[in-house]
Design a protein around this ligand. Structure first.
Ligand code: MRU
Length: 331
């Protein structure tokens, strides 16, 4: 399997799998302009918090090398624009800030981008190792959206424990919410798990309550786009509802995320900026005919916030941590 995002240094290109075409077509995009990088992130050709951070880092390195001569102020302008493209996932700003902090010429930017890419692989692998201990042979989990390999470089976050457990010889089934409105669960999670030979069962979002009620899963595993200082975690819209259901039915709810998703500058989830997306995602995206009456008012937040009291633990590269421990360790 190819990685989701990589740096082709020979051709100076940001390479990504175009996720808008999955599961029907696997197409690699090679990008080298500011417009193309920005569009790829905005339109979700590359998506998932860690993946967009890595893509932005490589994108900046590519743009820097394309400038002849190198123009630091222009790169800064591109970087600031990119940061605003997806406001909830803090990994985007985290990766861009890291690029800008340590690198002032094309070569050092390239080295830094490559380091961010490699760090994502290593970190997600550690999350996988930590989380695999929570999974039993013959067990099943429920996940929401896509926090698998397509959401990072190679392993993902919420699905990394499943991949590592599978390597260890455990058989773990994943129930995947389809994840309205953009169907990341149906299009991406179901696709990547089948590619990896992991048993997966797809369900509509509104079927999760019934699934949890009949005790069909051992735990819920999701990723995160930003974790506030108190442990509240923003993730794909629908995660809040799932966490309430999990609490109600006594099912453990795990948030898998690297420390780069933790934003100590934000005290609580209420302050996390929530990306609002186009109404057409609800009214016009999937059928040739309109899916709703013309002109209807739309509510379409891409994320919601899971309060820390609903989170059993965070699965991080530094261990499985209760929300209070996460706060202590990050200090
Ligand atoms: O809008 P998306 O598809 O970028 O949303 C992705 C999610 O919400 C993921 O669960 C989150 O980024 C964690 S990814 C490891």
């Amino acid at each position: 399997m190819t990685d989701t995002v990589w740096f082709d240094r020979d051709r100076n290109r940001l390479c990504i799998i175009d996720q808008t075409l999955l599961p029907n077509e696997v197409k690699i995009l090679s990008l080298h302009t500011a417009e193309a990088v920005e569009q790829a992130i905005r339109t979700l050709q590359v998506r998932g918090a860690p993946a967009i951070g890595v893509a932005a880092a490589i994108g900046l390195a590519v743009l820097a090398a394309e400038m002849r001569p190198f123009h630091e102020a222009l790169l800064l302008t591109c970087a600031e624009r990119l940061k605003r493209v997806r406001p909830t996932a803090v990994n985007l700003a985290w990766a861009i800030n890291r690029m800008l902090a340590g690198a002032h010429d094309p070569e050092s930017l390239a080295v830094q981008a490559q380091a961010i890419w490699a760090q994502d692989i290593a970190t997600c692998r550690k999350i996988g190792v930590q989380g695999s201990a929570l999974l039993r042979d013959g067990g099943a989990i429920l996940t929401h959206c896509n926090a698998g390999r397509l959401a990072a470089v190679r392993y993902g976050t919420a699905l990394a424990p499943v991949y590592v457990a599978t390597e260890q010889g455990k058989r773990v089934r994943v129930f995947a919410d389809e994840t309205r409105p953009l169907l990341q669960g149906a299009r991406l999670t179901a696709w990547e798990l089948r590619e990896a030979g992991v048993p997966v069962t797809l369900l509509c979002d509104n079927m999760a309550a019934g699934l949890l009620a009949r005790g069909a899963v051992d735990a819920v595993f999701v990723g995160a786009d930003r974790v506030a200082r108190n442990g509240d975690a923003a993730n794909k819209t629908g995660s809040l509802g799932l966490s309430i259901l999990a609490r109600h039915f006594g099912v453990p709810f795990y948030v898998c995320a690297p420390f780069s998703t933790y934003d100590a500058a934000i005290t609580a989830g209420t302050a996390i900026p929530i990306e609002q997306r186009a109404g057409e995602e609800l009214t016009a995206l999937w059928y040739a005919k309109p899916m709703a009456p013309a002109g209807v008012d739309i509510y379409n937040p891409a994320f919601d916030v899971v309060p820390h009291k609903n989170i059993t633990a965070f699965v991080t590269e530094h261990g499985v941590l209760a929300p209070d421990d996460l706060q202590r360790l990050s200090k």
